[in-house]
Write a protein that binds this ligand. Structure first.
Ligand code: B12
Ligand code: SF4
Length: 477
């Protein structure tokens, strides 16, 4: 079916008029939220695809921290030069009132009245809402509810992480017409196309399935670059780069496999060009990587990218909020990263225990840790700019193990972030987590939030967690 013949079927459209999609990054309801390069990357890829396929596209960013009316009412959130910062915050009632948590629950995002006005003005034929953490579903539900208020009969689909991990919950509780699992865009015969579940939803809704325009783009890495002409404002503070998709590991505590099966290599030149396009149109010099396995096969993938950046003499700042694999780190990579402009490096260390890694992830030999840190220091990373993630609160984990890991890492002088465990549906450890938790994790995703410390037990109490947090912050080892 061509777009034009299908467009004629759209209600209220004049012949030849293009269909319109409204893409929504919903607000977030949580106990705390910091913008650590939190961008609606997947939704913006969709925006780019729909634009290239001749649809009209409108984007509603409910996390836009510069929205003027919200600034007037809620004051400007504090932002940092590195592109991170706060969002608008409005305290709201804790939906789980019977579970006292020493933190206020809040809604992060633009004013609801602005959101509703923007939705009402859009007049779309289709609404697409993205989703992040499973425990952020209330923001998704809010977006769907406000869309329904203006358009009771327009098709609404939700995609992204929560929709992929809990599709039934998403359809039943958020009221979406469909939760689309996984990538909405897939490589097909060297080109990009809409996935079958998404295409089937569009057909059922009487909408045309978008296809790329006539200038047939061959997409070597199987993904379109994010159209920089569209929505440059989103990228003003920082751009996102994702060179490769997926991860070769299958750690017990992670759902990467469920989100994208296996490792799909990208291409250094394509990543470089996407980045330059974002810089050209938005002016940003901050870039964060969303890769799950940035250093895997680095000689073929990451190194060429870094060499292009160095040759172009760009004064850019690079960040790895999602951490990189210690296993694949070596002197050459560290040296290239420093020369390219990496301001900090975050590492997936998780634990100092050999047994932990043997049992839970197999991704790293902790005996090599001091040597890896030395390599980074020799390359020019200062210890405060080396940050290691240590996992805390896995089912059955004892607090002493975590304390030992923190003390061991501290000896090297690096910065430490406690990564408090969030049980993830679809991860190998999910069923074990459900059995170990006093909370009904399967019924209520809010309990996946690590603020609830869902795996608390007598071997690891909240008091012990607080003690370790203090140790992490203290100057002594
Ligand atoms: C980048 C990232 C982060 C970043 C940024 C966060 C963010 N963007 O939300 C940082 C480093 C800050 C982070 C932090 C954390 N993260 Co994180 N993170 C990720 C990661 C690697 C990518 C998420 C992402 O944005 N992907 C981009 C996607 C959406 O783009 P895409 O694939 O191109 O999109 C396609 C599809 O998704 C789909 N699609 C997307 N939207 C839509 C909409 C519609 C309508 C349709 C049809 C399709 C569609 O189509 C797109 C095109 O094909 C995932 C793991 C993963 N592999 O996905 C974990 C993940 C989401 N994180 C996770 C966790 C546990 C955390 C932490 C709690 C870790 C910790 N213990 O501290 C923290 C909490 C953060 C917080 N409170 O803010 C878990 C989820 C937990 C949960 N219960 O939901 C994941 C799944 C990893 C895991 N462990 O399994 N994270
Ligand atoms: S935790 Fe990291 S290494 Fe392990 S599967 Fe997830 S993305 Fe891969």
């Amino acid at each position: 079916m061509t777009i034009n013949s299908a467009v004629n079927k759209l209600s209220g459209k004049r012949k030849g008029e293009r269909p319109k999609v409204l893409l929504i990054q919903p607000p977030i309801h949580d106990f705390a939220l910091y913008d650590h390069y939190l961008k609606p990357y997947g939704l913006l890829r969709l925006a780019s695809f729909f634009t290239q396929s001749d649809w009209d596209v409108e984007f509603l960013d409910c996390l836009d921290y510069r929205e003027p009316e919200s600034v007037d009412m809620l004051n400007s959130p504090r932002r940092k030069a590195d592109g991170s910062g706060k969002f608008f915050r409005t305290p709201v009632e804790n939906p789980l009132k019977d579970k006292p948590i020493p933190r206020r629950f809040a809604r992060y995002g633009i004013l609801p009245s602005v959101m509703e006005r923007r939705i009402a003005a859009a007049v779309p034929d289709l609404v697409l809402v993205t989703s992040g953490m499973t425990y952020w579903y209330r923001g998704v539900a809010e977006a769907v509810r406000r869309v329904r208020k203006s358009y009771p009969h327009i098709p609404v689909a939700v995609g992204g992480i929560y929709a992929s991990l809990m599709p039934d919950h998403c359809e039943n509780v958020c009221g979406a017409d469909a939760a689309i699992i996984g990538d909405a865009l897939v490589a097909s015969g060297g080109r990009m196309a809409v996935s079958e579940p998404f295409a089937s939803f569009l057909r059922k809704s009487g909408l045309p399935v978008p296809i790329l325009g006539s200038e047939e783009r061959l997409l070597d890495t199987g993904r379109p670059t994010i159209s920089p002409l569209l929505l440059p404002r989103v990228w003003d503070s920082a751009g996102i780069i994702r060179m490769n998709r997926g991860c070769p590991f299958n750690c017990d505590y992670c759902a990467s496999r469920r989100i994208s099966e296996g490792f799909h290599p990208g291409d250094g030149r394509d990543a470089f060009e996407s980045m330059m396009a974002i810089h050209h149109y938005s002016g940003t010099r901050n870039f964060a990587f969303y890769d799950d396995a940035l250093l895997y096969k680095k000689g073929e993938l990451f190194h060429p990218f870094l060499r292009m950046v160095i040759a172009a003499q760009l004064d850019f700042n690079f960040y790895t909020p999602n951490a990189v694999h210690l296993k694949y780190l070596d002197g050459e990579t560290a040296d290239l990263m420093v020369r390219a402009g990496f301001r900090e490096i975050r590492l997936g260390y998780e634990s100092a225990s050999e047994e932990f890694h043997r049992k839970r992830d197999g991704k790293f030999d902790p005996a090599s840790f001091p040597g890896k840190i030395e390599t980074l220091r020799e390359a020019g990373f200062s210890p405060v700019d080396i940050r290691v993630y240590i996992l805390a609160g896995l089912p059955g984990q004892r607090w002493e193990d975590v304390e030992k890991s923190v003390r061991f890492a501290k000896k090297t002088g690096v910065s430490i972030s406690l990564s408090e465990y969030s049980p993830v549906p679809g991860s190998p450890m999910w069923e074990e987590s459900c059995r170990a938790s006093v909370f009904p994790l399967k019924d209520e995703p809010l309990y996946h939030n690590n603020t609830f410390f869902p795996m608390e037990w007598e071997g690891f109490t909240r008091e012990a967690l607080e003690k370790i947090k203090r140790l992490t912050r203290s100057k002594t080892s």
